[in-house]
Design a protein around this ligand. Structure first.
Ligand code: SAM
Length: 281
C-alpha cells in the first residue's frame, strides 16, 4: 500500500473538507454490505480502507440509507459494465470519486479510467490507489475546465459518472459543468443521481441532527429538465426501481425490501443515464 504515514494505531489521519468527508457514507455502506453473508456487492478494499483510516465511519450506521447507497452504486456499476461491453477500451471518468472502487469492480483489463476529485480527497485516495497506464487520478474540481483536456487525451468513447456528488454543488455551476461536458464530448454517456426538493429539505434536517456540516445544494424534480443542457435521457431508474439487469441479481433481503421501499420512497432517489448530442456533421 503506497504512503503509510501514521497517527492513532498506525491509521491514516483525515483532513478533509466537509463535503469531501461525505465520501465515508458510501464507503461505510459498501464495507458493511461486503461482510454480509449474501451481499449485493463485495468490496474488500472498502473494508480494508475503513479499518485503515482514523475516522468514526460507524456513525453512518446500518439501515435503509445504507441499502439505498449500495443499490445506487450497483445500478451505476451495471451502466458502466454495459458501456464496457460495447466499448471495452473506452474511458470512464469517475467524477467525485471519493474512495470509490468501481474500477476494481468492473475492470475488464482494457478500460481507461480517470478518477477525479478535489485535492484533499485525492491526497487520501492516493494512500490506497496507485495510477497505472490505464488509470489516472486527477485532483481538480468538477466545476473547473482544465481536467477536460486530460479526458480528451484518453481514448473515447467516454462515460462520465458522478455518484453522490453533484447534489452538493450549486445548481448554476452544475449546469455549466454539464453543458461543458456535453459540448466537448459529443455522443458520450453521462450518469448521475438527482433528488427532489423535499429530500433536500430532509437532508438538511438530518445534517443538523447528525451534526454534519455538508449540505445538499441542488435539487432536481425532473431529470428530463436537464435535456436543455445538451443531454438526452437514455434510461431513467430509481433506487427502488432498479433496471431489470440489477433486479435479476438482487439478494433476497433486497427483493423483500424493495416493494415497501418503493411505496415509501418512490421518486425520491433518481438515477439517470444521459447521452450527449452527436457530433455535428
Ligand atoms: C458522497 S461522496 C461520493 C464519493 C463517491 N462518488 C462514492 O460514491 O463513493 C462525495 C464526493 O464528491 C467529492 N466532491 C465534492 N465536491 C467536488 C467537486 N467540486 N469536484 C469534484 N469532486 C467533488 C467529494 O470530495 C467526495 O469524494
Amino acid at each position: 500500500m503506497p504512503g503509510t504515514s501514521d497517527t492513532n494505531d498506525g491509521k491514516h489521519p483525515v483532513e478533509l473538507g466537509s463535503v469531501q468527508e461525505t465520501l465515508f457514507i458510501p464507503l461505510a455502506a459498501r464495507a458493511r454490505e461486503s461482510v454480509k453473508k449474501r451481499p449485493l456487492l463485495r468490496d474488500p478494499k472498502a473494508v480494508e480502507m475503513i479499518r485503515a483510516i482514523d475516522y468514526p465511519a460507524e456513525k453512518y450506521g446500518p439501515g435503509p440509507g445504507s441499502a439505498v447507497t449500495v443499490l445506487r452504486t450497483t445500478i451505476m456499476d451495471s451502466w458502466v459494465r454495459a458501456f464496457l461491453a460495447e466499448h471495452p477500451a473506452g474511458t470512464v471518468v469517475e467524477i467525485g470519486t471519493g474512495l470509490n472502487t468501481r474500477f476494481e469492480r468492473v475492470d475488464n483489463g482494457t478500460v481507461h479510467w480517470i478518477d477525479l476529485d478535489l485535492p484533499d480527497t485525492v491526497a487520501l485516495r492516493r494512500k490506497f490507489f496507485a495510477d497505472t497506464e490505464r488509470r489516472r487520478t486527477v485532483a481538480a474540481s468538477a466545476l473547473d475546465e482544465g481536467w477536460l483536456r486530460t479526458v480528451e487525451e484518453s481514448p473515447g468513447p467516454y462515460f462520465f459518472v458522478a455518484e453522490g456528488v453533484l447534489v452538493y454543488l450549486p445548481e448554476a455551476e452544475v449546469a455549466a459543468a454539464l453543458t461543458r461536458i456535453a459540448r466537448r464530448f459529443p455522443d458520450a454517456l453521462v450518469a448521475f443521481d438527482t433528488y427532489p426538493r423535499r429530500l433536500l429539505e430532509k437532508q438538511h434536517q438530518q445534517a443538523v441532527q447528525k451534526q454534519m456540516e455538508a449540505r445538499w445544494a441542488w435539487s432536481c424534480e425532473d431529470p428530463r429538465s436537464l435535456e436543455r443542457l445538451g443531454l438526452r435521457v437514455i434510461e431513467a431508474a430509481s433506487v427502488t426501481r432498479p433496471p431489470r439487469a440489477v433486479r435479476a441479481q438482487l439478494p433476497r433481503s433486497f427483493r423483500l425490501f424493495l416493494p415497501l421501499a418503493d411505496r415509501l420512497l418512490r421518486g425520491l432517489f433518481n438515477l439517470t443515464l444521459f447521452r450527449t448530442a452527436p457530433r455535428p456533421d
